[in-house]
Design a protein around this ligand. Structure first.
Ligand code: ATR
Length: 288
């Protein structure tokens, strides 16, 4: 029940569109017995972003998620930045402090947790990131921070892959990083690459596409993860599964980063059973 003690959380975005976060976060608060409500805040005009943040703080809003197009734009208006958010250069979670909001990025934690669930550790692994955009940056920073033995970044636009690799040099100077175009997968040796698919290819409604369609590519992997979560099993993951490799879907990662945000705000986390219920709830709300 909403009463005088109810904490308010919310999402800053434009447009809010079909965001799953309000449904998801409100269900999570209920599972955890947190007296809280999570609301969508559509900040229609970018020039009002600073005022929106100041207003949110003045009103006592306890925490916020931030998504497109404000993940980078909010940074100048924050009172601090976590290490991971600084390295990624984008935030998705704001935690309230006396002076303002501190920006965090829960993508790395979500991704790592999703992999660990399947017994896949980054430490010592040969990590293969497909893509060089924002999501790929999180995966590459994860590899750099968590002790990957080697990082390969393959992207359609090779220059973008190089720029991403270059920006990691200060983070993990010892980490060998190879950048190439997508076709270069044929020259990868071994069969032990932990692949993290970070392009938008294969997203519903173009679910029949995979960023690399040749089944021989999947023989080179030890496991495959995909950040795309519509459909739940992408063509990329289907091909990996057909090659007998373990797979990790994008939906558990999405949920995991949301749970991480919630625990940054409240100090609480949910049980595995609650997590299963959340996964079901989110799956039902998706188009495919
Ligand atoms: P995000 O922030 O979600 O990662 P992004 O910055 O737009 O989004 O990056 C999208 C990624 O998907 C890029 O790596 C992009 O490749 P380019 O850098 O070459 O554009 C990749 N991508 C999108 N469509 C693609 C396609 N049809 N084939 C291959 N890669 C594609």
């Amino acid at each position: 029940m909403i009463d005088a003690k109810t904490k308010v959380f919310g999402l800053l975005a434009n447009p809010i569109g079909h965001s799953l976060s309000p449904r998801f976060q409100n269900a999570l608060a209920a599972y955890c017995g947190e007296n809280a409500v999570y609301l969508p805040f559509e900040v229609k005009r970018p020039e009002t972003l600073e005022a929106a943040l100041k207003g949110a703080h003045a009103l006592g809003i306890a925490g916020l998620n931030v998504t497109v197009p404000y993940k980078e734009a909010v940074i100048p208006y924050l009172s601090g930045l976590s290490e991971e958010a600084r390295l990624i250069g984008a935030v998705n979670t704001l935690v309230r402090s006396e002076e303002g909001y501190v920006g965090h990025n829960t993508d790395i934690a979500g991704m790592e947790r999703m992999l660990l669930r399947q017994g896949l550790s980054i430490r010592g692994a040969k990590v293969l990131v497909l893509g060089a955009g924002g999501a790929a940056r999180s995966a590459a920073v994860l590899a750099a921070l968590k002790g990957a033995a080697e990082l390969v970044i393959l992207n359609r636009n090779k220059e973008r892959a190089e720029a991403l690799a270059k920006s990691l040099r200060n983070v993990a100077p010892e980490l060998p990083v190879l950048t190439e175009g997508l076709d270069a997968w044929e020259s990868l040796s071994g069969n032990d690459y932990l692949a993290i698919q970070c392009t938008s290819v294969g997203m519903w409604p173009k679910a029949e596409e995979a960023v690399i369609a040749d089944p021989r590519f999947y023989e080179k992997l030890s496991a495959a993860a995909d950040i795309v979560y519509t459909p739940a099993e992408t063509e990329f993951l289907r091909l990996a599964r057909a090659a007998g490799k373990p797979t990790v879907g994008g939906l558990p990662m999405l949920i995991s980063q949301g749970i991480h945000a919630f625990s940054l705000w409240t100090g609480k986390t949910c049980t595995a059973a609650d997590e299963e219920s959340l996964l079901k709830l989110v799956r039902e709300a998706l188009p495919a």
